[in-house]
Design a protein around this ligand. Structure first.
Ligand code: AGP
Length: 602
């Protein structure tokens, strides 16, 4: 909303959000007493082509949407905005009771979506004499599930009204112009002064300013913040993919996540951690909740936290957690790991945990996101915007945050002396240069990608903290190369998976450092077992480990680091490999098929 052509601003913003979902896109503007809209299935370039052929009128108000399909295939008709009478609306989330609401209308709906019913509900209100904001206050409370709704009324052309529940919405404050978006990336080229909107809030926007209320129309609190990264950080800076750029940003991202975590006595201070030490001393169990890559980061954290803090640490898939009737209470500390901070599975899981009385700490990379806002405390990673759908620097900075949390817990519970903690912190501070060393060997990894790009299946093995690293390496390959890739605990091979070994099957093995000899010796034996059956072994082991090297068809040397921290360096070649494989296969690395960057539906 503002002086320049709002339609152009919205399309530019949608292109910055395309990584969040890209099945279809559309824009709507209020023109005299009607709504004009353009919307197309497929990537935003199709919408731009449509607008080039049928330009939108120049207006000061516009709304737009780029979609990740939930209800209804990615077609023109199912694209947003949805229009009913003089109302246009765009929606993120799922309206779970859409079927019963649709039954209130005897009109033909234009789409198969849940979202369209919101347009009809709002239109019915304004047709009955309500203003747009009154209409939103009447409609929003009736919707169940998760939604961000943004609506315009042709008869109120200078106004936008939005509501959010369980789905992200941020406001940008410009000079005489205002923006609403799911993510600040949509408007930071225009302003970096933002407002995070809270649960069950409605915001009314005009060129004169904005008003925030709750669903009852009462004034509501909101938080202003300044976005600390600029547009260039959200651009590719010469890389072919955001993902590749983000892989190479990891030394900086890890260093930034470590910054400012100690006071001048060398003690760990996690200042966003607003849970008192005495409460942390009463904790008798930790439950880590996450999805996908974040889950594998939590899986690594389990090994570190149990070793340093000596209390049980469970790791749970968020989508399973609340359905298995988990045993959590006031003495359980829940740690929710989420790069986007908007993953619906994780959000619903922490809500369940808090209802049981548990304190929740979020580990998140997105300032002002829903999950940290609904947690008792937050540990922000400082990876900068992660645009590539496949998480890379999100993962390594989550590992660092988990290590910091584990060391902090060990500190407040007296499980480790200051000098022991300082030694591990010192090793962590050396990690950026170790990660850089792995990146410097990228060409060796790329060469293997060319050799293996036709293989239909690959296995990944690891033990101890190397096991979740293997799982994450497999996930990267699955989501980017679209081939079967599976991670196993190396010790599990003989219990079944070894039957999968066939001639030339690529098997990646993460070998623990020599310091853990029994663990390492067993993995070396596992490599020999698969190699004897024809596997092509790609061995990731310490550069000085000659026995590992002798058992490798391809050897990727790792620097000497301690076992618990080894995933920080072992994952780098696996990220590079997946990125390069997908590139050589001609896939869209940043927007892999069927995926979205932030899964805001359960
Ligand atoms: C990671 O490469 C995937 N894109 C996906 O598994 C992701 O890690 C998962 O959806 C969790 O996302 P979050 O960290 O934003 O919660």
């Amino acid at each position: 909303m503002g002086a320049r052509s709002a339609g152009d601003v919205v399309v530019a913003g949608l292109k910055r959000l395309e990584y969040r979902g890209y099945d279809s896109a559309g824009v709507a503007v209020p023109v005299e007493d009607r709504i004009e809209w353009r919307k197309k299935a497929g990537k935003i370039v199709h919408l731009e082509d449509e607008i080039a052929v049928r330009p939108l009128p120049e207006t000061g108000t516009a709304i737009g949407h780029t979609r990740w399909a939930t209800h209804g295939a990615p077609t023109d008709a199912n694209s947003h905005p949805h229009v009913a009478g003089r109302i246009a609306v765009v929606h993120n989330g799922i309206i779970e009771n859409f079927a019963s609401l649709r039954a209130e209308f005897d009109v033909e709906f234009a789409s198969e979506t849940d979202s369209e019913v919101a347009a009809h509900l709002l239109n019915r209100e304004v047709a009955g004499g309500a203003t747009l904001v009154e209409a939103m206050r009447a409609v929003a409370p009736r919707l169940e599930g998760a939604f961000t709704l943004v609506a315009i009324d042709a008869l109120e052309p200078g106004r936008i009204v939005a509501a959010r529940r369980n789905s992200p919405l941020v406001l940008g404050q410009g000079e005489g112009e205002y923006f609403l978006a799911s993510d600040v990336a949509a408007f930071i080229e225009f302003t970096r002064d933002a407002v995070e909107l809270g649960q069950d809030q409605i915001v009314e926007l005009t060129t004169d300013g904005f008003t925030v209320t709750d669903f009852d129309g009462q004034p509501a609190e909101y938080t202003q913040f300044h976005v600390d990264w600029d547009l260039s950080a959200a651009e590719k800076q010469g890389f072919d993919w955001f993902m590749r750029k983000e892989i190479f940003e990891q030394p900086r991202a890890v260093a930034d996540t470590l910054l400012g975590r100690q006071n001048h006595h060398g003690e760990l201070v996690l200042d966003e951690l607003h849970i008192r030490p005495e409460e942390l001393r009463r904790v008798n169990k930790i439950v880590i909740i996450a999805c996908g890559t974040a889950y594998y980061a939590g899986f690594v954290a389990k090994y570190a936290i149990e070793h340093w803090v000596r209390i049980p640490c469970e790791v749970e898939l968020a989508s399973e957690f609340r359905y298995r009737d988990p045993i959590v209470d006031a003495q359980t500390l829940v740690v929710a790991i989420s790069q986007s901070g908007e993953t619906a599975d994780t959000l619903m899981a922490i809500r369940h945990a808090r209802e049981q009385g548990s304190k929740v700490i979020a580990i998140c990379n997105t300032n002002g996101a829903t999950i940290p806002r609904e947690s008792d405390a937050v540990l922000y990673t400082h990876a900068g915007p992660e645009i590539g759908v496949a998480s890379t620097k999100g993962f390594t900075t989550q590992l660092v945050a988990c290590y910091l949390l584990g060391l902090y817990l060990a500190q407040v519970r007296g499980m480790k002396y200051g000098d022991e903690i300082a030694a591990i912190i010192a090793e962590l501070e050396g990690m950026p240069s170790f990660i850089q060393r792995m990146l410097d060997r990228a060409e060796d990894v790329y060469a293997l990608a060319d050799e293996l790009k036709e293989r239909p299946s690959m296995l990944f093995l690891g033990r101890h903290a190397g096991y979740p690293a293997a799982l994450e390496g497999a996930l990267k390959l699955k989501e980017l190369a679209y081939i079967h890739a599976e991670g196993f605990a190396a010790g599990e091979l003989k219990h079944g998976p070894i039957a999968l070994i066939s001639q030339d099957l690529p098997v990646f093995v993460v070998v623990p450092p020599a310091g853990r000899d029994q663990l390492r010796d067993k993995v070396i034996a596992n490599i020999a077992e698969v190699r004897a059956r024809g596997a092509h072994t790609i061995v990731l082991a310490e550069e000085r480990d000659e026995q590992a090297r002798a058992n490798a068809d391809t050897f990727w040397p790792l620097p000497h680091v301690s076992t618990l921290l080894q995933p920080l360096v072992a994952i780098i070649p696996l990220q590079l490999f997946a990125c390069e494989m997908a590139t050589r296969m001609g896939h869209d690395v940043d927007q892999p098929r069927n995926l979205a960057k932030s899964v805001t539906v359960e």
